[in-house]
Design a protein around this ligand. Structure first.
Ligand code: FAD
Length: 476
């Protein structure tokens, strides 16, 4: 072992937890195996003090730190570059639930906890931690905070930032900010907590968080509905919010093509309707404080109103927990069904609801004109104005040929998102994949503010350099 940095890291963490970079194995590539990097060392600290010591050592030795959670992120934000300058850090040993405070309805957990572990700890205390997403069995709290993850219950409970009260952070200079406050009101200066959340490991390393808990719903009702147009879907959302109020926790959109693909790729799937005759479907979830039969009645009443107004064509209401789970399974298998069919181009976008229908129609028209035959797999969290606007290859074209057109095709989609007042990243972040697109859609004022923040909080560019914003684009 000749690298003096590695020697110093071993002295702090021990040989088992400070290894040469190659020991990181598959962690050196992103989830989709699209980006591959190198690391100078791979470290697994066990405490906040050790994280701080690693950051200080990296700064001293001219190295940088890339913190990685479950590596389920979709923007290559946790993948080191190929310079070999990065120390890749995993917080997997920092996975304690430090405290559950039922009087305050808060839970404090370390950043290396798997999201499912946090959900179960809350349930064990008779509470709900509502952050929920397809990767919850392998993504970590640190990654959820790093990306400000959304998921399927944002409509009711908000995204990760909304669910977080306090943070413990190791700064780029290796100091520890003890900000684990469980206060719901705290107007004592700049919102540092909110700045670190969603900063994708570029401003600080989050080591623990104090999270909000909620009452566990006593019952729930789940339904699938079909409708003829996205405009009807948006109107149905307004109708459902009015009818179910804050009880409406999920409103997931999917096209008929998405549902058909899940049924094809997962042969045991139970579709909610015998035939997929309408172009659009939505999965609605009501969380309810009373008895199950009351939840069902509430949902039924709302759906009858929607039917009477012509907003939906058909509805299917789950009568049991098993049926409800089968309905959710269809939604949860959607990404995997597309992966099994062959890679497609993913666009995680958000739009003002009123412009959703016009966006989908005009984007499809533009894409078909330039890339005839491409197939659209559109689904997402309609309740949050968030679409996963995925575009697959025309039948007969190889996936490789299709993916080679990524930049040109995504440009059409993102330009149209921008023209409709939307965002090119609703919940997955920017990372490396979308970094060079930002200048096209953000004003120079906004970009320069982001760069100044990065420089102020990380003057030596030690933390996850090259992600989110490119610093070299701004004069010193
Ligand atoms: C099947 C599937 C479904 C998904 N569904 C959703 C969804 O519905 N909603 C959604 O928002 N995302 C979704 N994602 C994306 C992904 O799961 C989330 O972004 C998740 O929050 C990432 O967590 P992770 O631990 O895997 O983070 P990683 O991928 O390891 O890292 C992501 C980013 O967070 C940073 N980071 C990691 N740990 C820390 C830390 N301790 N401090 C500071 N920064 C840190 C990393 O540096 C990187 O920039 C999905 C992914 C998959 C594969």
């Amino acid at each position: 072992m000749t690298d003096p940095l590695l020697q110093a890291l071993v002295a702090v963490l021990g040989e088992r937890h400070a290894e040469p970079g190659a020991a990181a194995g598959s962690r050196l590539s992103d989830k989709h195996q699209h980006y591959h990097g190198k690391a100078r060392a791979f470290v697994r600290p066990a405490s906040t003090e050790q994280v701080a010591a690693v950051v200080r050592l990296c700064a001293e030795h001219g190295a940088c730190v890339v913190v990685q959670g479950g590596n389920t992120g979709l923007m290559a934000a946790a993948t080191p570059d190929d310079s070999g300058r990065a120390v890749l850090m995993s917080l997997e040993r920092m996975n304690a639930i430090r405290e559950v405070d039922t009087a305050n309805d808060t839970l404090t957990a370390e950043a290396g906890c798997i999201l499912r572990q946090v959900q179960l700890a809350a349930e064990g205390a008779g509470r709900l931690f509502p952050l929920s997403l397809g990767a919850e069995g392998s993504c970590t709290l640190g990654g959820n905070l790093g990306t400000n993850a959304g998921g399927t219950a944002v409509l009711r409970y908000g995204n990760t930032r909304d669910l977080t009260l306090g943070l413990e952070v190791v700064t780029a200079e290796g100091e520890i900010w003890h900000g684990l406050r469980g206060l719901r009101k705290d107007n004592t200066g700049y919102a540092l907590r909110d700045l670190y959340i969603g900063s994708e490991g570029t401003l600080g390393i989050i080591t623990a968080a104090t999270l909000k808990l909620f009452p566990l719903p006593a019952s729930r009702a789940t339904a699938y509905v079909s409708f003829n147009s996205l405009g009807d879907g948006v109107a149905l959302l307004a109708h459902a919010r009015a009818g179910l109020s804050a009880g409406l926790t999920g409103f997931e959109l999917m096209s008929a093509g998405c549902l058909a693909l899940v049924a094809e790729q997962f042969p045991g799937s139970v579709l909610p309707f015998d035939r997929l005759e309408q172009p659009w479907y939505a999965l609605l979830e009501l969380s309810y404080h009373g008895e199950h039969h009351e939840a069902l009645e509430c949902m039924e009443r709302m759906l009858e109103g929607a039917l009477a107004q012509g907003l939906i064509v058909d509805a299917s209401l789950a009568q049991s927990l098993a049926q409800s789970q089968a309905m959710w399974q269809l939604r949860e298998n959607m990404s995997e069904a597309q992966a099994r069919e062959g890679r497609n181009m993913k666009h995680d976008i958000s739009l003002p609801l009123a412009r959703m229908e016009a966006f989908v129609a005009s984007t499809a028209e533009r894409l078909q004109a330039r890339f005839p035959g491409v197939r659209h797999y559109t689904f997402g969290h309609l309740g949050d104005g968030n679409l996963h606007y995925n575009v697959a290859s025309p039948l007969g074209m190889s996936v490789a040929e299709h993916m080679a057109r990524y930049s040109a095709l995504s440009r059409v989609v993102h330009d149209n998102v921008h023209a409709h007042g939307g965002s090119i990243s609703a919940e997955h972040g920017i990372g490396l994949r979308k970094r060079d697109e930002l200048p096209r859609y953000k004003s120079s004022v906004e970009l320069n503010l982001m760069r100044r923040l990065k420089r102020a909080l990380d003057p030596l560019n030690v933390l996850n350099p090259g992600k989110v914003v490119a610093l070299e684009a701004m004069p010193e």
